[in-house]
Design a protein around this ligand. Sequence first.
Ligand code: PAN
Ligand code: ZN
Length: 196
Amino acid sequence: MKPSPIDQIRPEDLAVAFGLTDVRLGDRPVVRRHLADLRGCFADEAAFSGALATGNPLLYEVCAVEAAEGDGQLHYGLGILYPGKVGSEYYLTKGHLHAHRPASEVYIGLAGEGAMLLEDEATGASRLVPLGKGRIVYVPGHTAHRTVNTGAEPLVYIGVYPANAGHDYASIAERNFHKVVLERAGVPALVDRDSL
Ligand code: PAN
Ligand code: ZN
């Protein structure tokens, strides 16, 4: 007899403990991105070089649970994005499109204050939507997405996405997002990259 789907998941993947200050989910691998890994992401290159000359801080870390593969399965990751800025641009994630473009994603905000920058791949249309404690963001397919910490505390969230989504970083690295999120007069402002 074929094993039922529930038998194909390891018991430790059926229920996973998490906290808000430690990104680790059991012994699953953690991806850590430091400032140097974000070369090319920030608009102000001089501010980036200046910041890097004084250190290479941890900007964010992610731990994913990829318990099952195949049609209909889900993966998810816990992310912690630390507060800070390069020049006046808030700390951010690299951002990506899903390799399987129709794959959408749900982000659930657990702690902190921030936003998601969404950008339609075909038209470049952008939305800045709040993500933080008590907020859920829907990321449609075909939409590049980047997380931004606009607060003073770590921004903690979970992203849930189809198992076959995959991550395409190269397309974003090539052209970057059209918009940047800067602190202007003490509050976040969405600004055209080309206007800087
Ligand atoms: C998230 C992201 C996470 C880190 O789990 O992977 O926020 O951002 P980057 O992957 O852009 O570095 C997600 O969107 N997964 O699909
Ligand atoms: Zn994603």
